[in-house]
Design a binder for this molecule. Structure first.
Ligand code: FAD
Length: 398
């Protein structure tokens, strides 16, 4: 019975522990005191918020999932989502640049040998260092099995060639996890993952890409020209790269759901505050049923987003197959955050469209959640594949 638990509705104790509450409060304080006051400024300048990230690192709010034996706090997925919800409520872009170390480190945690973990994980916790995760190229993003970046064996080394695109923190990363295809292979079977330090000859990065939102997060291109890495830098066995990438997403997608929840929560709070002050037709607009309906829907959706995120994180922490739950958390989070911030902007009326008010930033930032780490279409693909192939209907007769 116990082994089949994942097939039943999981039971969650909604009471956070004292330690979890303290961690969430620490993240909330940092978000309100160190991120929020400078969020608009970094959004406008597009500058990389290194001092803010430096402080997150110092406070132990970065690299939450690095295990204790490698110098990290060893938090579970639930602790991670508590932290990133608070941060994204203050600035989505900074949060992405902080959280992406978790995405970069995860393939090492999952697929690395003991020696690889001892080599690559402790440096991330000792001082502020960035690790980036690279599957995407300009010609492909959703279709991870279609990676064109290639590798071949050359004596004791592997040689990698290709062009990665869209790489978060690419311009600042000290180390990359690069996914590449063995020359001459097709699709999933030929993919492998390598740890590649930034100073490896042949690796270069382009100019930061200018974006609609998440401007405080760096996004760049990475070029690899005859990049030699020792065989020791291969993660797992050759050909396991696709699985490693998908397993990584299972761990990190609840975090995107949590970021979407944090952003949506702030959009709702701005909207409520504005509605209480704004007069129209000789009444506060908060007295209009249409406005009340919008904020009620926002609150209900945020509750649902958080529950899906916590459930996915709980399944991850209990060693269950959380793939579908993670996709649900990311899909619903991304889509509802966009809906909520659209309604919040509507409540602001014309002012919502002005740069001097905060909603336009949230509106621009929210869109990314439906794109990176698998678009909403890809999350639906994951969920529908499960429904058509594995889901056991309760109604046995139709
Ligand atoms: C700001 C930013 C940061 C990023 N950071 C990183 C990073 O750190 N590392 C990294 O590797 N990548 C990163 N990415 C890349 C991101 O993961 C991809 O952009 C994303 O996966 C989509 O890929 P694409 O842009 O090539 O779109 P495409 O894959 O070309 O998709 C285009 C459209 O077609 C749809 N589509 C594609 N295939 C299907 C299908 N089978 N069924 C239905 N619809 C489909 C998509 O949903 C989308 O709407 C980042 C992207 C951005 C914008």
């Amino acid at each position: 019975m116990a082994t089949k638990l994942w097939r039943l509705d999981s039971v969650i104790d909604f009471q956070l522990t004292d330690e979890q509450i303290a961690l969430r409060d620490k993240a909330r304080r940092f978000a309100l005191e160190d991120m929020l006051p400078v969020a608009a400024q970094y959004d406008q300048s597009g500058e990389f918020p290194r001092p803010v990230i430096e402080k997150a690192h110092k406070l132990g709010l970065m690299n939450p999932s690095i295990p204790k034996e490698y110098g990290g706090p060893g938090y579970g997925a639930l602790e991670s989502v508590l932290v990133v919800e608070e941060m994204a409520a203050a600035c989505a872009g900074m949060t992405t640049s902080i959280y992406v170390n978790d995405l970069g480190a995860r393939p090492i945690i999952l697929g690395g040998t003991e020696e690889q973990k001892r080599t690559w994980l402790p440096p991330l916790t000792e001082k502020l260092r960035f690790i980036s995760f690279a599957t995407s190229e300009a010609a492909m993003g959703s279709d991870v099995a279609g990676i064109q970046t290639s590798y071949e064996r050359a004596g004791t080394d592997y040689v990698i060639n290709g062009n990665e695109f869209w790489i978060t923190n690419g311009d600042y990363a000290d180390v990359f996890v690069i996914f590449a295809r063995q020359k001459g292979t097709k699709r999933h079977e030929g993919l492998s993952a390598f740890v590649v330090p930034r100073d490896t000859p042949g690796l270069s990065t382009g100019k930061p890409l200018r974006k609609l939102g998440h401007r405080a997060s760096d996004t760049g291109a990475v070029t690899l020209r005859n990049v030699h890495v020792p065989a020791d830098n291969l993660l797992g066995r050759e050909g396991t790269g696709f699985l490693l990438a998908m397993m990584t997403f299972m761990y990190t997608r609840p975090g995107i759901g949590a970021m979407a929840t944090g952003l949506a929560r702030s959009a709702m709070e701005y909207a409520i505050n504005y509605a209480k002050q704004r007069d129209a037709f000789e009444h506060k607009i908060s007295s209009f049923q249409a406005i009340q309906d919008m904020v009620a829907d926002m609150y209900a959706r945020i509750e649902a987003m958080r529950l899906l995120t916590w459930k996915a994180a709980w399944q991850v922490d209990h060693g269950q197959d959380a793939n579908v739950a993670s996709s649900c958390a990311k899909l619903v989070g991304a889509e509802d955050a966009m809906r909520i911030v659209t309604d919040a902007l509507q409540i602001y009326g014309g002012k919502g469209y002005l740069e001097q008010y905060p909603i336009q930033k949230l509106f621009r930032d929210a869109k990314l959640y439906a794109i990176y780490e698998g678009t909403s279409q890809i999350q639906r693909y994951v969920i529908s594949r499960y429904l058509f192939k594995e889901y056991e209907p309760i109604l046995k007769r139709f």
